[in-house]
Design a protein around this ligand. Structure first.
Ligand code: UVW
Length: 339
């Protein structure tokens, strides 16, 4: 795919010798800390705004307290206290807030590449609280505003008689993304805020509410599994060559979870210098530190999907305002679709 925008293709990135192969390091500037959000230019924000017709809005976030028990065990559930200085006043206090526990945006600090390190060669020693290097505040300052495009992969697969079984991990190759786009009659445009609905989150929320109704706990102890993008260079190539600014999904990690049949390995894995972990084979390792891709996870896309399906229009304006937390790793996505 030649975009004629002066930027290299993914194949050209893989052939780089002046920077890690497969990386966009230096392409947006030596000190860049925005990565693919650079694709969100003023013209593309205007393009997004031009898609607003009825003014209907749709929140893409879960409630902050959506998960009574954290999905990922090293994260927790927030505790919210409301207090007042007198009977006519109220303030909030939130403890145990893990910004990546519900609908979220992962910033460029979130993952480094085991062979090459963090995006654009950032000094890992600086990725601490209080230092702004690669912090989520840069996303907040730039703003995430543009054309949102929904690919309803879950609905498409159901339509062709190949519905997703949410009790199993399922890897979605780019072929299925292409087929979904074709089925919806849409094209991915450079700078898109791409939203992939698999139906995973809606299914999970249904399980949680059924448990709450029946007083049971069917999810307790069950391993976390989810449908998601295939862990391969093909996926990275597809996202980069389409110039996707941010890729979000209604699942736990954008990519399939866990990374069992991954095609992504790093030298440190193959040479045995890095102990195997849940991160082994993750696409995050190439998307975030090498390409500088902004990622959204656990985005609430069911309502938007219903609206899009009803009128056959899958694009909209998306505005997301992550927390301006200096040196933050991630943030609640705080995203809204406007149609
Ligand atoms: C997982 O690790 C599953 O996802 P993330 O850390 O990006 O939320």
């Amino acid at each position: 795919m030649n975009r004629h925008d002066g930027l290299p293709s993914y194949d050209e990135l893989l052939a780089r010798t002046d920077a890690p192969p497969g990386s966009s390091w230096g392409i947006f500037g030596e000190n860049d800390d925005l990565g693919t959000l650079n694709f969100l230019t003023p013209e593309r924000r205007i393009r997004g705004a031009g898609l607003v017709r009825s003014g209907q809005t749709c929140s893409l976030d879960l409630p902050l307290d959506a998960f009574p028990r954290p999905l990922i065990s090293h994260r927790g559930s927030l505790q919210h206290t409301v207090f007042g200085l007198n009977e006519f006043h109220r303030d909030d206090k939130i403890d145990n807030l893990f910004p990546q526990a519900t609908s979220q945006i992962d910033g460029l600090r979130h993952f480094g590449h085991p062979d090459y390190g963090f995006y654009n060669g950032a000094d890992a020693g600086k990725l601490v609280a209080g230092d702004p290097t690669l912090g989520i505040q840069r996303y907040a300052e730039h703003g995430i505003v543009g054309r949102g495009l929904l690919l309803d992969v879950g609905r498409y697969l159901e339509h062709i008689g190949d519905a997703i079984d949410y009790s199993q991990p399922r890897s979605i190759p780019v072929r299925v993304l292409e087929e979904t786009a074709r089925h919806q009659g849409v094209e991915i445009e450079p700078g898109d805020i791409l939203m992939l609905r698999f139906g995973w989150l809606g299914h999970r929320l249904k399980q949680l509410s059924q448990d709450a109704e029946t007083g049971s706990d069917t999810l307790s102890g069950a391993p976390l599994v989810s449908v998601g993008l295939e862990q391969s260079n093909d996926t990275a190539a597809w996202l980069w060559d389409h110039r996707v600014a941010l890729a979000a999904a209604d699942n736990v990690a954008l990519e399939v979870w866990p990374a069992t049949a991954s095609k992504v390995s790093v030298r440190a894995d193959t040479q045995g210098t890095l102990p195997a972990s849940s991160h082994t084979g993750m696409l995050h390792r190439i998307l975030i530190p090498l390409l500088g891709l902004a990622i959204g996870e656990l985005w609430q896309l069911d309502e938007l999907a219903e609206i899009c399906h009803a009128d056959g229009r899958y694009d909209c304006m998306v505005v997301a305002a992550p927390l301006r937390l200096p040196g933050g790793v991630g943030s609640p996505s705080n995203a809204v679709a406007i149609r």
